[in-house]
Design a protein around this ligand. Sequence first.
Ligand SMILES: CC(C)[C@H](C(=O)O)[C@@H](O)C(=O)O
Ligand code: SF4
Length: 786
Amino acid sequence: MPAAERIPQTLYDKVFQAHIVDEKLDGTILLYIDRHLVHEVTSPQAFEGLEVAGRKVRRPDCTLATTDHNVPTTSRKALKDIASFIQEDDSRTQCVTLEENVKKFGITYFGLSDKRQGIVHVIGPEQGFTLPGTTVVCGDSHTSTHGAFGALAFGIGTSEVEHVLATQCLITKRSKNMRIQIDGELAPGVSSKDVVLHAIGKIGTAGGTGAVIEFCGSVIRSLSIEARMSICNMSIEGGARAGMVAPDDITFEYLKGKPLAPKYGSDEWNRAVAYWKSLRSDPDAKYDIDVFIDAKDIVPTVTWGTSPEDVVPITGVVPDPETFATDAKKAAGRRMLEYMGLVAGTPMEDVVVDKVFIGSCTNSRIEDLRAAARVVKGKHIAANIKRALIVPGSGLVKEQAEAEGLNKIFSEAGFEWREAGCSMCLGMNPDILSPKERCASTSNRNFEGRQGAQGRTHLMSPVMAAAAAIAGKLADVRKFSDYNGSPHIEAAVTPEPTPATTEKAHPDERIETDDVEKEALADQPEDSFPQVNTSVIRSGGAAAPAGLPKFTVLKGIAAPMEKANIDTDAIIPKQFLKTIKRTGLGSALFYEMRYLEGGAENPDFVLNREPYRGAKIIVCTGANFGCGSSREHAPWALNDFGVKSVIAPSFADIFFNNSFKNGMLPIPIKDKADLEKVHAEAVAGREVEIDLPNQVIRGAGGEELCKFDVEEFRKHCLVNGLDDIGLTMQMEEKIAEFERTMSEETPWLDGKGYLKRKGQGGKLAVKAVPVPRTNRGEVKGEPLEW
Ligand SMILES: CC(C)[C@H](C(=O)O)[C@@H](O)C(=O)O
Ligand code: SF4
């Protein structure tokens, strides 16, 4: 597959190129997907869509499902089945629905009685399902985690989940190349989480918009796979589509003996490793954005605000919003301090904590637990700590930790030792914060209400969370007597080979951290796609079902908003993700902002005021609209409310995609003067007209306010109301041909054992039965859930 190229390529270019099934004139690409992970929250509507259209899952052998977000983390000793185990109705429905779907569609599934169950981004790597050079997707934004293996891994929305289930392909575009190079040596007490929090603080939450980040440099090379996963995991918090690390001996070492990896020492293994070794950026490859970080500038880092970019060294103080660059930033900063219950100037080490959460797909792997256990060993959590939870990322992590006695160390120190799941990372299960409770958390998002309505989250590394639990307040782990001076915690055990990489510093391209540059980063042009002359866009023929209402001209009231970084947790909070339908979410749109405590409408919120109650358009002057989670519930809620178009300076990638899949039109307008014209109309309460065929926005009197860009293929689908799954299915021959080549060139990607169960249909019972072979054809005797 990896043919020699004349144009120097990055790691991302190589993996992307190797998966192109078809490319249109406008740069729209049909990309083959090797690995699809599925969980209960973002899949019900996708399976329903398949069923309604009478479609099958194309590659059950390349699809792996588990249940993680909704599951209680209490003891499973008395577990009979998921239906009787989950108390909360909607959570139960979602999990039971997944079990029905995996049976119906013949997909491998790790349920609660299977020790391989866990957070979807922990189990994929653990099983060797995630492999270098693969494309990996999941209806979940933190799919970026898998990039640690040199995979191109990214989150998708539910419509795209359906698309991949049906076709094993996705319609996409090339991303920009971004490189974050971290050189030097990490000091004791500084971990990969500090590296990524520091990087996000530097680039901002929109810094990586439209880009795939390659993490490189001597620090990355020295890190274990687990640590690399923590870094790639939070690429999404830096706004990027994905994060990647070139595979090396550390990667190969990790994969040895993994159930779904090629068998170590076999011809297939050797062939795979030879291919994987080619997955390095060419020495003269070009990056659109380059960032350089010196390891000696990184200290243990914590967040103070409600966005992952609000970071400060633990030795610092709560920042003063009055010193921020613009009025909008000052106002946002004031709101954050109020929400977080903090006073500017307070030393971070004086901030008292109520709860501690060590878990999530960022930091719930064995290495994280070992590091935290080292800090708490022989100590006890402070008297003011109401609860301290350790939630292993998977049943296998839990088992390993117990074998090492870590559970004992934690229990003796006063921590709760829980079962695997997402838990208090977003609290879709019963593990939540009470209002105003403050949490030291190893998770990845500190958005308002994320861990519980009005909960206050501070993000940090596992050793820092452990230190906070012992101190009862945010604490500098380096001050723990037996911790200071010990070697770096996440150094990989395998000796580092000397790779021929491009990892040299580019001093003249280093970026500074001020806000102006953060914005400039976010504003990098998105569409520099090469025009490759292959086939032309098909128009929807008879075989293309017209599944969506057509979008041509939209005229209506536009609601003005001014905030930057409006995240999808704010658009639709987690408690509403438990639905298995796409409709009915309109009343929950912007729930926390729209309603006061007790449920009355907040009269200050724009959508509660006339004439905006009937808004069809939102005009937001703040950048990065729709950042955060991949939940398609966000566009569903907007759509259900009646909003069909959002206009903003920039959008987060997944939200942007998800909107089009629902017949909605997100319009990025970078020109401040143009955006201000539309915003002024919205503020005046006048109607705005969006004319998609002519790509013009007009005022109420028909006068032109500005023009806008839209990709040709997306416009075509919107104007004609086309279901793009139908369009992709017309490409059957090309997809089948791609699969034939793939089976010859990368045979280790065919899930042989899984294929065996293809076609067993809906007759399977949900019970543990021994499966003689894994998809590698080896005898394992491990029970599967069905
Ligand atoms: C439920 C899912 C859509 C969501 C995501 O995409 O990130 C969740 O995992 C989260 O962390 O908010
Ligand atoms: S971010 Fe949290 S909720 Fe989302 S997948 Fe990871 S652990 Fe689960």
